[in-house]
Design a protein around this ligand. Structure first.
Ligand SMILES: Cc1cc2nc3c(=O)[nH]c(=O)nc-3n(C[C@H](O)[C@H](O)[C@H](O)COP(=O)(O)OP(=O)(O)OC[C@H]3O[C@@H](n4cnc5c(N)ncnc54)[C@H](O)[C@@H]3O)c2cc1C
Length: 271
């Protein structure tokens, strides 16, 4: 795997939404940010000597002292920004990299790959088809990039985001998505909470798992028709349980999974 390398990028902004959820802005240090397709990911890395976040727990396995700790992160910012990349990251308390990423402050250095990767993009979706983006947690990251890169506000192509989280404070980008929904008649945002009983003020929105929203016809109610494989492509990104459930539901409705050699209407990113 990768030996220790010099950091090549810097943190220029850190938005801590909760102690376990942040948006990290990374800028290359003396090199040009590559072009990327919204939905792609980069690799971030730190050496094992990098300090761990105070609120994390001891790691389950000691990392190798002579290798960088590397993980993939979806780019959350628009492909139109040539200056920085944002990453929407949740902390795995006993994890190797995320507690070290959470310990970074503005100005700190890290390593970022110089070429974006991944096929989880809108590139293969016919322009006339509507798009449903289903996420749990930080699975929202690639969709923020897709929306800020490709949404034509008021256009004929509809976009919908179904976002599941435990609590309202875990709904990152909520204000931006609500504003987008207010401004763009062709954009729908439906958040749903798994633990509404913890809310300090009664939650007025949807509750339960995100796959329940699909089942209950959440999109149909907003769009006036039920998405079908002829009209709509569906993107799935988040926890394995949601991916499995959604794949089962969608397959029963005639959707098929997309691969490079075998085009379909379900696009899946597995974190
Ligand atoms: C293409 C791709 C894009 C990704 N994009 C993002 C992104 O935008 N934002 C983001 O936060 N993550 C993203 N991930 C996940 C990320 O790569 C890491 O796996 C994650 O941040 C955990 O890293 P870690 O080193 O802290 O934990 P690890 O040391 O890798 O894991 C420690 C333990 O926690 C478990 N674990 C791993 N991830 C989770 C989790 N999310 N919740 C609970 N337990 C977990 C592991 O099974 C393991 O047992 C993406 C993954 C892929 C493959």
């Amino acid at each position: 795997m990768s030996a220790l390398v010099e950091p090549n990028a810097r943190v220029t902004q850190k938005d801590e939404l909760t102690p376990r959820l942040m948006i990290l802005r990374v800028v290359p240090d003396g090199w040009q940010l590559p072009h990327f397709e919204a939905g792609q990911y980069m690799v971030l890395a730190l050496p094992p000597t990098a300090p761990r976040y105070a609120l994390s727990k001891p790691e389950t396995r000691e990392p190798s002292p002579d290798r960088m700790i590397r993980r993939a992160y979806s780019i959350a910012s628009s492909s139109m920004s040539g200056e920085y990349m944002d990453f929407y990251i949740s902390m795995v308390s006993t994890g190797a990299l995320t507690p070290r990423l959470f310990a970074l402050e503005v100005g700190d250095r890290l390593w970022m790959s110089d070429h974006p990767k991944g096929m989880f993009t809108l590139a293969d979706v016919p322009k006339h088809k509507h798009i449903v983006l289903v996420a749990t947690g930080t699975g929202l990251a690639p969709y923020m990039s897709m929306l800020t890169s490709h949404l034509e506000c008021g256009g004929t192509r509809k976009f919908a985001v179904l976002h599941g989280a435990d609590h309202s404070w875990d709904l990152g980008y909520r204000a931006e998505l609500e504003a987008l929904q207010h401004l763009c008649s062709n954009f729908t945002y439906i958040p749903t909470l798994d633990h509404p009983e913890d809310e300090p003020v009664s939650w007025q929105g949807d509750t339960g798992w995100v796959q329940g929203l699909w089942k209950a016809g959440g999109i149909e109610a907003a769009w006036g028709f039920r998405p079908s494989p002829d009209t709509t492509e569906v993107f799935l990104c988040g926890v394995p349980g949601m991916l499995d459930d959604m794949l089962e539901l969608l397959t029963a409705e005639g959707f098929t999974e997309h691969t490079r050699n075998d085009p379909g209407e379900i696009h899946v990113e597995r974190y």
